[in-house]
Design a protein around this ligand. Structure first.
Ligand code: NA7
Length: 529
């Protein structure tokens, strides 16, 4: 037992495991969570059709073999209710609930350099303090509702996909408008369309989506994975996204194939489903010409599925495929063949205003009973900046990150001693298997804290030079790919005014090797006191 204490903010998968490790290592620990239960992103995103785009056998903790052996998933891609049940199972199994105060939003966190402690304000009127502050606040947890004129005037119901009511929503017989065609829109539109009297989709940018090809998990497959789970996990951790090791994967160039070979390869990957589509050739994410072939294949699929040719063209993206997160759907494009679904292009005529009865775009008024905002998140930095974090000399994180997030290893930021970010910007985070990522971070943090206890250090802080080099490295790695060539939330481009900086570190194995090297060099780039 140590006399050191830690506050963990967030009770999603990162926070839960961090709490477990801290307690197991003898730290005094207190968790705070905005929701009234565990689950984080999977607690809030309850919209119809919400489902993980990483396969179930991979999207789970691997720190305890009995846990992964005993838990059973029902489908190839788990739906939100099942993932939330899993989070609850973990919280109960490891008796974590007692460590967490629910409905407790951290509204400010200030480092006291004299006492070498973090003072945290909860719900604006309560306080707590600890030696270490660990932000496990998630990458997709700060909802983005655009600042539409007249937003408060609407007299019907409004919903954001990332803040969905616990009891669900019944759209039967209702006129519904939905804004946004990212993953949340693409997953929810087919199901809302089945219920609503009429659904109008407001699309600013069409998106690439590949069928998920979701299905019940086969017993023989599950047994095989479980019999070789360590090997399965190790193979996944050895590839850049830390998932999909068993995808059909090809290492040749799309440009070396004949048109017939390309078509056959893309068809094979389309039928396999989901992210595997991007593994059809080695250079889809690297070469614009190769990328065009993959994009054109999807456009032709859209043209074949959607019967109204004008509507099909509106749904065809002309951007780089895989640059925004590729979506995995169930019946998305088919939904546009329904009589009760309309599609409105707002790319050239932005939504002008929300009215008491609906909204106006291009001078045309639409009336709705309900409006759904599938408008995404202030990703990766939003939840951290909303917590009003102040470091040494009162520096605010939002000021330090005004030109974009700056971290060392995606874990720490200079000027903020003893503050850690689980899957922070500058770590693989959203471009790797998130659960693998949070486990790696929580384990790295606990090793570092234990090392500090043994060495008698009270504080740890990133060094400015090391941080500058890290930011440069993250940026350079993205420049070698096509990721910077669109307006994605990976770049902060979805939120007006947000600096355009590519935030995830590309490549989980390289990232882990770098962090191991830093640790083996006595935590080079961190300074201790
Ligand atoms: P996304 O992928 O950020 O999608 C948000 C959508 O909302 C996208 O189509 C946006 O269009 C649209 N949007 C945002 N603001 C507006 C305004 N002002 N007017 C019209 N349309 C707008 O969020 P999701 O929740 O779907 O998915 C986030 C991640 O969660 C996803 O990648 C998975 O990892 C899970 P835009 O493309 O910006 O033109």
């Amino acid at each position: 037992m140590t006399n050191k204490s830690a506050i963990v903010v967030g009770a999603g998968f990162g926070g839960l495991y961090m709490l477990h490790l801290l307690r197991a290592n003898g730290y005094h620990v207190q968790g705070f969570e905005r929701g009234d239960d565990v689950g984080g992103t999977w607690y809030w995103n309850r919209y119809p059709g919400c489902r993980c785009d990483v396969e179930s056998m991979e999207y789970s903790y691997q720190f305890a073999d009995d846990l992964q052996q005993q838990w059973d998933w029902s489908e190839r891609y788990s739906a939100q209710p099942e993932i939330l049940r899993y989070a609850n199972h973990v919280a109960d199994r490891y008796e974590l609930r007692g460590l967490i105060r629910f409905e407790a939003t951290v509204t400010a966190a200030t480092y006291d350099a004299q006492r070498k402690r973090w003072d945290v304000e909860i719900n604006g009127d309560d306080t707590a303090c600890a030696d270490y502050l660990i932000m496990a606040t998630g990458c997709l947890s700060a909802a983005n509702i655009p600042d539409f004129l007249g937003l408060a005037d609407f007299q019907g119901n409004t919903y954001h996909t990332g803040q969905w009511p616990k009891d669900g929503v019944d759209f039967t017989g209702r006129r519904v408008g939905i804004i946004g065609t990212g993953s949340s829109g693409i997953q929810s539109i087919p199901l809302i369309a089945e219920q609503a009297e009429h659904l109008t989709v407001f699309q600013r940018t069409p998106n690439y989506s590949v069928p998920a090809q979701n299905k019940p998990l086969e017993t023989a497959f599950v047994e095989d994975v479980k019999a070789n789970y360590d090997d399965f996990r190790a193979r996944n951790k050895a590839i850049p996204p830390a998932f999909g090791a068993d995808f059909p994967r090809h290492f040749d160039s799309a440009l070396d194939a004949t048109p017939e070979e390309r078509e056959a390869r893309f068809e094979e990957h389309w039928r396999y489903g989901g992210f595997a589509f991007l593994a059809a050739f080695a250079d889809i994410g690297l070469n614009m010409d190769a990328n065009w072939h993959a994009a054109e294949f999807v456009r032709n699929k859209i043209r074949a599925i959607v019967k109204d040719s004008n509507r099909a063209e509106l749904l065809c993206p002309d951007t780089v495929i895989g640059c925004k997160r590729l979506c995995a759907d169930t019946g998305y494009f088919e939904t546009y063949n329904r009589d009760n679904v309309s599609l409105v292009d707002v790319s050239t005529n932005p939504i002008e205003k929300i009215t008491t009865q609906g909204l106006v775009t291009g001078g045309v008024s639409f009336e709705f009973d309900d409006i759904v905002f599938a408008t995404g998140f202030d990703a990766m930095t939003g939840a951290l900046l909303r917590a009003n974090i102040r470091g040494t000399s009162g520096v605010e994180l939002k000021d330090k990150w005004r030109e974009g997030p700056r971290t060392y290893m995606g874990l720490m930021t200079e000027g903020f001693p003893n503050l850690f970010t689980i899957t922070g910007p500058g770590s693989p985070s959203v471009l790797a298997n998130m659960i693998t990522g949070v486990e790696h971070h929580a384990e790295y943090i606990i090793d570092l804290l234990n090392w500090m206890q043994a060495a008698g250090h009270e504080t740890v802080e990133a060094e400015r030079d090391a941080e500058d080099e890290w930011v440069e490295l993250v940026n350079l790695r993205s420049q070698a790919t096509l990721f910077p060539r669109c307006n994605s939330w990976y770049l902060g481009a979805n939120v007006p005014g947000k600096p355009r900086v590519f935030m995830p570190f590309l490549g989980f194995p390289d990232y882990c090797a770098k962090l191991d090297g830093i640790r083996d060099a006595g935590y080079a780039g961190l300074s201790f006191a």
